[in-house]
Design a protein around this ligand. Structure first.
Ligand code: HEM
Length: 153
């Protein structure tokens, strides 16, 4: 069946989204389906925060398992651990460390914002709180990057 005709059994919002894609002017919604949350074009700051939170949350789960895998090299003795350390201190892997801190900062600070707004401590100020936390996070990230790369060699 063509994309233009409405299909039975489809989510109610999908036809609306597909219709929106054909409309001229600024893009409001582009990607229907399970990846729609990823498409931040024309969306609000809240949606950007949600997408970032989801990407970093999933990234942190991935890192958790990677971390356990890396730690398991300890079971294979000193040699394999030292081998890992050699790789871990290359500039590329130090860059991954900074990426990890980026994910932790975005997710942790945004999660704290959600907790503050959701529990009623800072109602109606979620946008200002988001940008304040992100600016604070950016400063901490720059500080971290300087120290991580400064420790090289
Ligand atoms: C500073 C610590 C953290 C805070 C304050 C925090 C806070 C939050 C909050 C409030 C949500 C719900 C977001 C929503 O309702 O839209 C969330 C979601 C999530 N968090 Fe965290 N979190 C933290 C650490 C972590 C860590 C360490 C991991 C991974 C190991 C993680 C993985 C996730 C995942 C996968 C989601 C679901 C994302 C989604 O599907 O939208 N979080 N977190």
């Amino acid at each position: 069946m063509s994309e233009r005709s409405p299909r039975q059994g489809r989510d109610a919002g999908v036809d609306e989204i597909l219709e929106g894609r054909r409309e001229p002017g600024p893009v409001a919604r582009k990607l229907p389906g399970p990846v729609a949350w990823f498409d931040i074009r024309g969306r609000s700051t809240g949606h950007l925060a949600f997408s970032l939170n989801r990407i970093t949350g999933l990234g942190l789960v991935f890192y958790l398992y990677l971390h356990l895998l890396v730690l398991s090299t300890l079971l294979r003795g000193e040699g394999s651990w030292n081998g890992f350390l050699e790789i871990a201190t290359t500039p590329l892997f130090l860059g991954f460390d900074v990426l990890l801190v980026f994910g932790l900062l975005v997710h942790g600070l945004n999660g704290t914002r959600l907790a503050l707004v959701g529990s009623g401590f800072v109602p109606n100020r979620q946008k200002a709180l988001f940008w304040s936390f992100m600016i604070f996070g950016a400063i901490v990230l720059v500080y971290t990057a300087i120290h991580v790369f400064g420790s090289e060699g």
